[in-house]
Design a protein around this ligand. Sequence first.
Ligand SMILES: Nc1ncnc2c1ncn2[C@@H]1O[C@H](COP(=O)(O)OP(=O)(O)OP(=O)(O)O)[C@@H](O)[C@H]1O
Ligand SMILES: [Mg+2]
Length: 311
Amino acid sequence: MPAISFQAVSKTYPSPRGGSLKALDGVSFDIEQGEFFGLLGPNGAGKTTLISILAGLSRATSGRVTVHGFDVQSDYAQARRHLGVVPQELVFDPFFNVREALRIQSGYFGVRNNEAWISELLESLGLADKAESNMRQLSGGMKRRMLVAQALVHKPPVIVLDEPTAGVDVELRQTLWQFVAKLNKAGSTVLLTTHYLEEAEALCGRIAMLKTGRVVALERTSELLKAASSNVLRFKLDGVLPAQFEGKARVTGRIVQLPAHDAHEIEQHLAVIRQAGLRVEDVEIRKADLEDVFLEVMSGKSGQAAAGVPA
Ligand SMILES: Nc1ncnc2c1ncn2[C@@H]1O[C@H](COP(=O)(O)OP(=O)(O)OP(=O)(O)O)[C@@H](O)[C@H]1O
Ligand SMILES: [Mg+2]
């Protein structure tokens, strides 16, 4: 039985100017128990919408979602019990301190005598010294840690993290990933969305990419990396990038990064630049990473079949 099953999930929002917006358009895939799964996509792709439907906070317009076999609509309580969701938005009850809020959350799931686990969570997430602080007294990053603690308080087998590291410092990001990786090793399923693609590359065994509500790639991370252009030519440019590279190149100030399949393509790129009368400096060739693959998939240039989705 899969941990999570999305079956032809669509979601249409009424658009403010009349008409409607299709936030999700026939999304189907399964996440197996024990997977560390990444859901990637640009802003507005539909990631949070899909997670809200999974968490039973929002209703799909059509389609079906199950958690450990339980339908998130018709079997809400059972489905919800199997899920721990760290939401993207920071929302809190400002009246309680950290420990109290976790006790209340435990009670909500009918978990009694949870003090040992609550203490372990606070310790693991670097919140132990804030246990008696009111929620209003936490910094933004601490509030996000608290959201993680709240999601895990009932030891759910499926953990869903919607951009858990946005606004979180480097040290906590590492602690958080160590902790989540430990839970995953012990058998928990993890579904993660993030815009930090190096985190996704390092952590996720499998990845789905969403673009305007559709799955445009669904593949093992290692296969995704293989399917894309395997090399990247990186250099500093002293002028304007030739028009034919537009949409292909990753440009950061003067630094240009161009995907290339092989040595021949690298030579061609350099020839184009020479013909345009431009000079390059600090030339470097490196292996493509997940960010390169992501940009290639989103620009629609890599074949969808190569990315694991039949046309
Ligand atoms: N409650 C809502 N009412 C109307 N439209 C909505 C609502 N929630 C989301 N949308 C729209 O649905 C689309 C998908 O939004 P969603 O929040 O799922 O994107 P996302 O992939 O999570 O993006 P981000 O990376 O910015 O978090 C967007 O066009 C958004 O404007
Ligand atoms: Mg979102």
